[in-house]
Design a protein around this ligand. Structure first.
Ligand SMILES: NC(=O)c1ccc[n+]([C@@H]2O[C@H](COP(=O)([O-])OP(=O)(O)OC[C@H]3O[C@@H](n4cnc5c(N)ncnc54)[C@H](O)[C@@H]3O)[C@@H](O)[C@H]2O)c1
Length: 256
């Protein structure tokens, strides 16, 4: 008799933000579900969040719920998250993936746009960690992955300053959470992504062409390649890795 395949996230609940996009969030949700995790698919785009949640249930046979909220709207986020966890259980794994990027010179940014990027890409990540870490501490298990960018090292590469600032902040948030969480068996890591197939990169593909030529692997990452690293970081296979910023960039910095 064929034995059932062991699924390494069986029994865990994963909250993935930005799960409704065509990019990394849905790929991560699907990969974690394929290993048995129950998924809270959070996005501010209601239809896409619901589609991802229902397709996960159908394909992987795990429970999945859509959590429709703007992560910068704290009261609405708290309400939507409470409703989701009532159905699916408390969060063991948090993937802070949702982000926005507004292009512009550091000197010309409108104050509202600057604040909006910081609120989405940094403050909301901290807030979600704050709201979920209590339960992880009680259960003495938690794994958090912050999806960052090599822009966190590059000063926003001259045209996306608040995004770079937020991602640099996310690196320090990652280390701080790892340091405080370690005593409670909570790990926190970040991925510094290079260029990944997405609507945003497709929109500005002409701008990105010269950068892609300088990447050692000379191509964009697929969202599935990103999801694979996330799975490793939330699984017990990486049980002694915490506080790390792991480049998933195809060798972006080689030969620069
Ligand atoms: N695509 C790239 O080349 C690239 C490069 C480096 C880093 N990253 C990082 O990877 C992550 C995913 O990027 P992607 O390009 O796959 O994303 P994407 O644009 O495909 O998806 C982002 C999702 O976040 C959601 N979202 C945005 N603001 C939200 C809010 N306030 N509340 C709730 N949901 C919100 C959007 O609706 C969307 O579904 C981001 O953190 C991004 O910074 C991407």
């Amino acid at each position: 008799m064929a034995s059932e395949k062991h699924r390494e996230l069986e029994g865990r609940v994963a909250l993935v933000t930005g799960a409704g996009g065509a990019g990394c969030g849905s790929a991560i949700s699907r990969r974690l579900a394929s290993e048995g995790a129950r998924i809270i698919a959070l996005d501010n785009h209601e239809r896409r969040a619901r589609e991802v949640a229902s397709s996960i249930e159908a394909e992987f046979g795990v429970k999945s719920v859509a959590c429709v909220a703007d992560i910068t709207d704290r009261p609405a986020l708290d309400k939507a998250l409470a409703a989701a966890t009532d159905v699916i259980g408390p969060v063991d794994i948090l993937i802070n993936n949702a982000a926005i990027n507004i292009q512009g010179s550091i000197f010309d940014f409108s104050p509202d746009d600057f604040d909006r990027v910081l609120a989405t890409d940094l403050s909301a990540c901290w807030y979600l960690i704050r709201q979920t870490i209590g339960g992880m501490r009680e259960r003495r298990w938690g794994s958090i992955v912050n999806i960052s960018s090599i822009a966190g090292y590059l000063g926003g590469a001259g045209r996306e300053a608040p995004y770079g600032i937020a991602k640099a902040g996310l690196h320090d948030l990652t280390r701080g959470v790892a340091l405080e969480g370690g005593a409670h068996n909570i790990r926190c890591n970040a991925l510094a992504l290079g260029l990944v197939q997405s609507r945003f990169v497709q929109k500005y593909i002409d701008q990105f062409k010269s950068q892609i030529d300088r990447v050692a692997l000379r191509r964009l990452a697929t969202p599935q390649e990103v999801a694979e690293v996330v799975l490793f970081l939330v699984s017990e296979r990486s049980s002694y890795i915490t506080g790390e910023i792991i480049n998933v960039s195809g060798g972006y910095f080689l030969g620069q």
